[in-house]
Design a protein around this ligand. Structure first.
Ligand SMILES: Cc1cc2nc3c(=O)[nH]c(=O)nc-3n(C[C@H](O)[C@H](O)[C@H](O)COP(=O)(O)OP(=O)(O)OC[C@H]3O[C@@H](n4cnc5c(N)ncnc54)[C@H](O)[C@@H]3O)c2cc1C
Length: 485
């Protein structure tokens, strides 16, 4: 039953957004109750779908008037529960702000509204011989705004960098309802890096409505290699050797044995099923340089006991390999209906010992924890497969997740490489940052958002939830979401 405040908010919002852009029915709100942290579900009180920056501003001012929190939402593919309305309130969906405003091929830039889907931008940039480098595996669905808010990465970030390396300027509506532009149409800007400060703020500093993005030239030559190994450690040591030699691959991805089998079953891509691990390695750039690097790569692979090597030279074959890699999560769904995923980053020199230790944890907790990850960045993605209805399994999965995080932190790692902190890891922030560091972060949030209205309870750990820090996840919402705990 909607509250009086929600109904009054909705009535006023309809006056400037129109009836079809304000959702209050239970069935409509259900679509927005979760993101890709599917374990957790809680619906907003109302969803609004503005089409312009000015409408976003009007919505935020209306939130002030009715003292309601707001939660920005792109496509809801975030993996750390960033779009969960922890205190209810107004979800501001950016999906209708989806225009590519200008591609400037000469300057290699694009102005876009932030509801544009990542893959759409790449489709439009391709005829100009350009591409937007951050390429999350979810790029067919996720928005540029979500990429900015999470500082998203992807397969090609090992060479090209994450989202923060590709944004020149942002138009932002602040939590107090001002429209400001951060950054300029230039690589060099005097003063603090305001754009950098906003990127990765997960909707807690306001809403990005437009972005000026850098586009990169498509490489003249691209080769993809699928290298399989009979020992997992041969694969992880190959990663270190490739980086140590300075080969600068444009992608360097790891898949373990279970992942290889499941991906094969799902996509029929002919991955070697007997492999203990495979690496997908991409080289791109000037054809002569790629040829030299390919020779060096062959040598490294041989020295590290590669047992099978497939080279994808034509675009169709390359795309098939990357499609299979990007579809891994779907392939995991063949075994269990859900998963709990961490994305810590560790020093690459510790890759072998950490991967072996995670395998040990899987045995200890009696769980399947297959791994597919951005090996070149040391960005791990252990997927703890589970059935949310199996109480004992959920408990083991949460405990294993915590053990994996502690393991990664113990070798000098960090909580997240690209999926953000959201609600999922906010309870763990105290393990990485000191009390003074967290206090500075809270104060910074307060400067942007003095009334704590913008995506509350995300990133910055809630003092009131200290007792729950052992799971990282708010237990009440887990239980209300039907997770058997
Ligand atoms: C199968 C799968 C594979 C994935 N692979 C990758 C990967 O390889 N690399 C990677 O980095 N991520 C990956 N992700 C995670 C996710 O897709 C990214 O974090 C993506 O950037 C989220 O975009 P979105 O539009 O879905 O954002 P949402 O999930 O809607 O929102 C994410 C966060 O951003 C905030 N937000 C959204 N739009 C705005 C805006 N305009 N202004 C301010 N805040 C905003 C939200 O409040 C929330 O906190 C994957 C997810 C899935 C499901």
């Amino acid at each position: 039953m909607a509250s009086w405040t929600t109904l009054a908010f909705a009535k006023e919002a309809k006056q400037f957004l129109g009836d079809d852009a304000v959702l209050t029915q239970t069935a409509e709100l259900k679509t927005y109750e979760t993101d890709a942290l599917v374990m957790m579900k809680t619906p907003p009180d109302v969803v609004v779908l503005p089409k312009t920056t000015e409408q976003v501003q009007q919505v935020i001012r209306l939130c002030q008037k009715f003292d309601l929190p707001f939660i920005p939402r792109g496509s809801g593919t975030g993996l750390s529960g960033g779009t969960l309305p922890m205190r209810g309130g107004v979800m501001i969906g950016l999906s209708r702000m989806n225009r590519i405003l200008k591609i400037d091929a000469q300057k290699r830039t694009a102005w876009v509204e932030t509801g544009v889907i990542n893959a759409w931008l790449n489709r439009e940039a391709k005829p100009h011989g350009l591409f937007f480098a951050p390429d999350p595996s979810s790029q067919g669905a996720c928005t540029i705004g979500g990429n900015i808010a999470e500082n998203a990465g992807g397969i090609h970030c090992v060479k090209y960098g994450v989202t923060s390396n590709h944004v020149l300027a942002l138009e932002v509506v602040t939590p107090e309802g001002d429209i400001v532009q951060l950054g300029q149409n230039s690589e060099t800007v005097a003063g603090p890096d305001w754009v950098g400060l906003f990127i990765g703020s997960e909707g807690t500093f306001g809403i990005a409505t437009k972005a000026l993005l850098k586009l990169m030239p498509v490489a003249q030559k691209t080769l993809v290699f699928l290298a399989s190994f009979s020992a997992l450690t041969d694969a992880t040591e190959t990663v270190s050797a490739i980086i140590a030699l300075g080969l600068q691959p444009s992608a360097l991805e790891f898949m373990d044995a279970l992942t290889v089998k499941l991906v094969n079953q799902a996509f029929h891509v002919g991955f070697p099923e007997e492999a203990a691990a495979v690496l997908l390695i991409e080289l791109d750039g000037d054809p002569r340089q790629v040829a030299i690097h390919a020779q060096q790569l062959h040598r490294i692979l041989k020295e590290h006991g590669v047992v099978q090597l497939r080279e994808a030279t034509d675009e169709g074959d390359r795309l098939a390999l990357w499609k299979a890699r990007k579809g891994t999560v779907a392939a995991y769904g063949r075994l269990y209906p859900s998963f709990y995923l961490h994305d810590c980053v560790i020093p690459r020199s510790r890759l072998t010992e950490v991967i072996l230790a995670i395998e040990e944890l899987a045995r200890e907790y009696d769980l399947l924890i297959p791994s597919v990850f951005h090996a070149g960045d040391g960005n791990l993605h252990p997927h703890i497969l589970m059935d949310p209805q199996d109480r004992a399994m959920v408990k083991r999965a949460l405990a294993a997740g915590e053990a994996i995080l502690d393991l990664c932190l113990s070798v000098g790692g960090v909580l997240s490489g690209e999926h953000g902190i959201g609600i999922e890891k906010s309870g763990f922030m105290t393990r990485l940052f000191t009390a003074s560091e967290l206090e500075v972060m809270r104060r910074l949030k307060h400067v942007f958002d003095p009334e704590d209205r913008a995506n509350p309870e995300k990133i910055f750990p809630m003092r009131s939830r200290c007792g729950e820090a052992h799971t990282g996840l708010p237990l009440k919402i887990l239980q209300a979401s039907g997770v058997w705990i």
